[in-house]
Design a protein around this ligand. Structure first.
Ligand code: ADP
Ligand code: ADP
Ligand code: ZN
Length: 215
């Protein structure tokens, strides 16, 4: 059982790689972005507070995000190991996670920093779409389904794009990443758990490196 964090800017490939690790190692993907989008869709208190911030590309408040993670970690499937995707995103969240893991007698095995170039992230995010039925991720040019318009995983032809995946919002999300999240690289390096993985290359190749880290 391995618990790991995937760190990286929007578009780095966190979701894509987390999904592959879920398939190959039975780990649970804990994506705060997905959980927040579910909360927005369900119209919960947290969802109402998060909606506009997400549309603008800002960061949702630490309190809301930490409460969502705390709840998710109380479900029994996390015993299989967790991949934190998109969390923590601030030093305050990282400190809260240390405490949560302590309280739940869980340990952090590795933090992977996906090392990418900002300039390429605009194209990755602008071309991103997902299967509406199974959630498999695709890209207009970098990851197309084998059969045009049909999901490789489930055969669905319902696809969707995120409302915040537009050029204006991406700039703000990258800014938030450098201001708030990039400091976590040093935070985890100082703890001796950081692994840097070059992530500009082939999706499968990067997957092999992560698979080796997940054990
Ligand atoms: P994140 O979760 O970090 O925001 P995603 O995993 O959603 O990133 O990837 C963003 C987009 O880039 C998706 O459309 C995905 O298919 C594509 N993508 C992911 N990894 C790579 C890669 N190594 N090379 C090219 N495109 C990629
Ligand atoms: P991406 O991987 O493309 O950056 P996510 O799905 O992780 O996108 O996040 C989408 C949005 O949800 C973020 O821009 C932010 O508004 C919000 N969000 C997700 N995770 C967090 C977090 N840990 N802290 C604060 N806001 C978050
Ligand atoms: Zn599908």
């Amino acid at each position: 059982m391995t618990n790991l964090i995937l760190l990286g800017p929007p578009g780095a490939g966190k979701g894509t790689q987390a999904r592959m690790l879920t398939d190959q190692h039975g780990l649970v993907q804990l994506s705060t972005g997905d959980l927040l989008r579910e909360a927005v869709a369900a119209g919960t208190q947290a969802g109402k507070a998060a909606k506009e911030v997400m549309q603008a590309g800002g960061l949702v408040s630490d309190d809301i995000v930490i409460a969502i993670v705390n709840d998710r970690l109380d479900q029994p499937d996390v015993a299989n190991g967790v991949i934190f995707d998109g969390f923590p995103r601030t030093v305050a969240q990282a400190e809260a996670l240390d405490e949560l893991l302590d309280n739940k007698s869980m340990q952090l095995d590795a933090v992977v920093s996906l090392e990418v170039e900002d300039a390429a992230m605009i194209d990755r995010i602008s071309g991103r779409y997902t299967c509406g039925d199974c959630g498999e991720g695709y890209h207009d040019t970098f990851k197309v389904p084998a059969k045009d318009g049909v999901c490789d995983q489930c055969g669905s032809s319902e696809f969707k794009r995120r409302a915040d995946d537009n050029a204006a919002t991406v700039a703000e999300r990258l800014r938030a990443y450098h201001a708030e999240t990039a400091p976590l690289i040093n935070y985890y390096d100082a703890k001796g758990v950081l692994k840097r993985v070059p992530a500009m290359g082939d999706i499968a190749e990067i997957g092999n490196q992560l698979s080796a880290i997940a054990g």
